[in-house]
Design a binder for this molecule. Sequence first.
Ligand code: ATP
Ligand code: MG
Length: 367
Amino acid sequence: MRVENLNLKQFRNIAELDLHCPEELHLFVGPNAQGKTNILESLYLLALGKSHRTRTHRELIRFGEKRAVAKASVRKGEQKLRLEVQMTEKGKKVSRNGIEQPRLSQYIGSLPAVLFAPEDLALVKGSPQIRRRFLDMEIGQVSPAYVHHLTQLNKLLTQRNSLLKQLGQKGTFQSALLNVLDEQFIQFSIDLWKKRLAFLSSLKKWARGIHQAITRGLEELEIEYLPSLPSLLDTDPGEWPLLLQRELEKKREKEIRRGTTLIGPQRDDLRLTANGLDLHLYGSQGQQRTAALSLKLAEIELIYQETGYYPVLLLDDVLSELDDSRKTHLLEAIRGRVQTFVTTTNLEGIDQETLAKARIYQVRQGR
Ligand code: ATP
Ligand code: MG
């Protein structure tokens, strides 16, 4: 996978950018607040149809302007793709090879990408919601069907929760409609669980290897899925429908009293441990960062396995937080396979071999 050209207009603080970038490693260097992350954000936007920093696309339009455009031409094996995201005050339009893509689920995957940004520390440090979002986004990149099922589950949950509230107000615990919704809920949940567990079992293998290399064998990373229905993991998937149905029956009164769905993929979590230590609770900052980075780098291999293409790697401000040997190791690990875009405030501690191969850009005031 190679981004060959990146073209931006009125994107954040960048009035115009025309980058011919078929090389492998690109280093964007400059002081704070110059536009380095904005460039990575535009690549992420082209890859996933949305920003990693904001939900409101209007923020991406340069102050005082009405329209922003991000375009990329991408080489995917023999294929060439033209990707484009246009943002106006009215909305956002995503297109591939000149054809508008109204459904993001059908667009995602055009440019597989993996981003590691300072916020990703929250993968370990933050709430379960952040870990679920990580799973959902990453699986979504390799499985459009997953995105579709997830959207359906969320719609269904909105419907189910509002019905639960209504029933609570009426004080009834019987509802034919709830039974129908439950049947669908069980189907979607099981589908998502299967996909998440399969994804996780491969992710785990890669992440552990990478983690071991970065910590030089001193720490062993373990990743566990924590379902809101704990018996799930000890039950044969063939029996999941019955298991979930029974659990929903058991919880029905409680769910109606609380007006919300208490079990399902929307309430699950992940546990990350290093040498048996729960990193969320007890990990040092450095340990948390190493674990989060390992998860992200594992995705590179996973996406390759699933699609046959290495994704592009976007590393925002990661180098400044790693010691020199980790920096070198990280850059070595990705060399030769993965097109990488890196932001950094300085080039200190980056080995000569890497610097010799890299394209280095000075970023100043959006130029
Ligand atoms: P750091 O090293 O601190 O991470 P950076 O070079 O990555 O800095 P960016 O996050 O890319 O900085 O942001 C650069 C500037 O873009 C910021 O000063 C920000 O105020 C500005 N900016 C953000 N959104 C817009 C916008 N819509 N219009 C104009 N400028 C914007
Ligand atoms: Mg930045």
